[in-house]
Design a protein around this ligand. Structure first.
Ligand code: UDP
Ligand code: MG
Length: 311
């Protein structure tokens, strides 16, 4: 006998909320759980999402809603969901029904069978996504895996089942920039994959424009890897070696008269541009980490809750 929360981040999802609630509710009712709750996090939606959620919560007391004061982003919404979770298990799922709620019983069965702390869902196939998204996602997960200090499962989103041990450990994370799927991998314990086919969005449009995708990928990269700094050092090292060789070449050329130094405008321009570029690039890499430090030391809250419905 278990208790389960379903955590659903929502941002402008008026066209899918009702259907998502209906499908998830049906599934939860069919399971023999001690208690279950559906936890919607309204991430500052500007459409009818908050009204729909409050109507649902009025009729169904097992539905809890956390309303944010503004849009804080998908990862902050999921974080709030986990922070407010008090059940034995939680499933994190998107509102748009790309991750079929009908798989929840299978996730629970898998957990029981393997006595796992995490059952993470690996996408065998993704339907209804643009070629660009599929390609960037594929490259992103593989590159991140190569350069990060943690071994992340590939093609895995936040759709997963986690148990109370993971939930408790997650609550200890103090960092504001959260790459949740990475952090859960990092925690350890027993984590097992579950393969599924990701469906197309039920309705509405993606809430992840390019800007949010880039910021998401940047957080993952810079919070989980110091390799960019090492690469900057490596680049610096190579250019120093090249510089020394060139300096010696020209010096000896001047002494022994095998270079014609006066006609060197092109080579100087190339060198200035090349080294200028490398310097700006490495300063940029440093800047990313300093920016993260800046954000983290401010210790601002990750999200601000406007109000709760049903506790
Ligand atoms: N989402 C959110 N805040 C945001 C952006 C997205 O809570 O700022 C939610 C969104 O409502 C959905 C989930 O995060 O439940 C995933 O977003 P979406 O389906 O748009 O992303 P995609 O599947 O296109 O990557
Ligand atoms: Mg989606």
């Amino acid at each position: 006998m278990k208790s389960l929360s379903v955590i659903i981040p929502c941002y402008n999802e008026e066209s899918v909320i009702e259907t998502a609630y209906g499908r998830i509710k049906t599934i939860l009712d069919s399971l023999h759980l001690v208690s279950s709750q559906i936890l919607f996090i309204n991430d500052g939606s500007k459409d009818k999402t908050p009204d729909i959620l409050s109507d649902i919560a009025k009729k169904d007391l097992s539905v809890r809603v956390i309303n944010f004061s503004r849009n804080f982003g998908h990862q902050a919404a999921v974080t709030a969901g986990i922070h407010h979770c008090t059940t034995d298990f939680a499933v994190i799922i998107d509102a748009d029904l790309q991750d079929p709620p009908e798989l929840i019983p299978e996730l629970l069965a898998k957990q029981e069978e393997e006595q796992a702390n995490v059952v993470y869902c690996v996408r065998k196939k993704r339907i209804g996504e643009s070629k660009f998204k599929l390609w960037t996602a594929k490259k992103f997960y593989r590159t991140l895996n190569k350069i990060s200090e943690v071994d992340f499962p590939l093609d895995t989103g936040d759709f997963r089942l986690i148990d109370s041990q993971i939930i408790e450990q997650f609550k200890r994370f103090k960092e504001r920039g959260k790459y949740i799927r990475g952090l859960i991998s990092w925690v350890g314990f027993k984590q097992v994959p579950f393969y599924y086919e990701r469906e197309a969005r039920f309705a509405g449009e993606t809430k992840y424009p390019l800007k949010k995708m880039v910021s998401f990928a940047t957080t993952a990269l810079f919070y989980f890897s110091k390799k960019p700094l090492l690469m900057a050092t490596g680049l610096g090292f190579i250019t120093v070696v090249v510089g020394i060789v060139m300096a010696l070449w020209y010096l000896f050329g001047k002494i022994f008269g095998y270079t014609n130094a006066e006609s060197g405008w092109t080579s100087i321009m190339i060198i200035v541009i090349f080294f200028g570029g490398i310097q700006l690039l490495t300063i940029g890499v440093l800047g990313q980490y300093i920016g993260i430090l800046f954000d983290e030391v401010k210790e601002r809250p990750e999200y601000i809750v406007k109000d709760f419905i049903n506790g």
